[in-house]
Design a protein. Structure first.
Ligand SMILES: [Zn+2]
Length: 271
């Protein structure tokens, strides 16, 4: 008998705490954003969820309050907000000699929102970045992604993801460099290299914009901003070179080569 008890729908053993793999992924797809591309993209990933906490959601904009801008860049803006319904949690409760697992929410959790400048006219760039983030997430990226919402007034789509309270690594280093020990600096580099390795090896992605402004920091480091990333085998049209100059590998900067995983490693070297 499973220690996770029976599923309330099919009466088979649950596969994870408060989660039945045969029923719950399907149940989580019963909603609509009224936009077919967004629905299709999100439902693909909902069907791949294997834990209650990992299910991404269509989050109604009116369930987000106190939206504050925390960053603005060439590709869009980032906000912090309180998500009233909140982050999914599974509670482990002692019940006699056993434990029971209950679905819960961390109400009014602080989360981050991100828009892309083009997300009103064109969902493609937005969905491309979302897919990249989810693909890397499924392959062990630690940054949590909670779903997508849409600004009711501007109609812009926004990604909802984990709020990192120290902001970007570049900001964190600027504010704390003198207080950081070598030990903690090495710990940061270990987190980053570990995650970059997984993005390269398992997700088979090239980040292609790898610098300390695209790494988020709270208790650990997370690789974020996969807006320019691409699959290792994806061919891109020749043309513009994006990136933060000091972090761009010389062969990419000179136009001799497109971005490669090796060019990501160059960026890591500069960090
Ligand atoms: Zn079931």
């Amino acid at each position: 008998q499973s220690e996770y008890k029976k599923c309330a729908y099919c009466n088979e053993d649950n596969t994870r705490p408060a989660w039945c793999q045969s029923c719950d992924p399907d149940i989580s797809t019963r909603w609509t954003s009224r936009n077919k591309d967004i629905d299709d993209c999100m439902k693909t990933f909902q069907l791949r969820a294997v834990r209650y906490e990992d299910v991404i959601e269509w989050i109604p904009f009116d369930r987000l309050s106190e939206i504050k801008i925390i960053g603005k860049g060439g590709f869009g803006s980032v906000y912090s907000t309180a998500w009233l319904d909140g982050i999914r949690k599974v509670k482990k409760i002692k019940d006699g000699n056993n434990y029971i697992y209950k679905r819960a929410r961390e109400q009014s959790s602080t989360v981050a929102l991100k828009t892309l400048t083009s997300s009103m006219e064109n969902n493609n760039d937005f969905l491309k970045e979302f897919k990249s983030l989810m693909a890397c997430k499924l392959n062990a990226n630690k940054l949590a992604i909670y779903g997508i919402t849409q600004n009711i007034e501007t109609k812009e789509f926004l990604m909802v993801f984990q709020y990192a309270n120290h902001g970007s690594l570049s900001k964190y280093l600027r504010n704390n460099f003198c207080n950081l020990t070598w030990q903690s600096k090495l710990e940061i580099l270990k987190n980053i290299s570990d995650e970059l390795d997984k993005i390269h090896r398992y997700a088979k992605y090239i980040h292609a914009d790898f610098h300390s402004g695209n790494i988020l920091q709270d208790q650990r480091s997370y690789i974020a901003d996969l807006g320019l990333s691409k699959k290792t085998d994806e061919n891109v049209l020749e043309g513009d070179i994006y990136g933060v100059m000091p972090y761009v590998a010389p062969e990419v900067l000179s136009g001799e080569q497109q971005f490669t995983q090796a060019a990501d490693i160059y960026g890591f070297g500069v960090i």
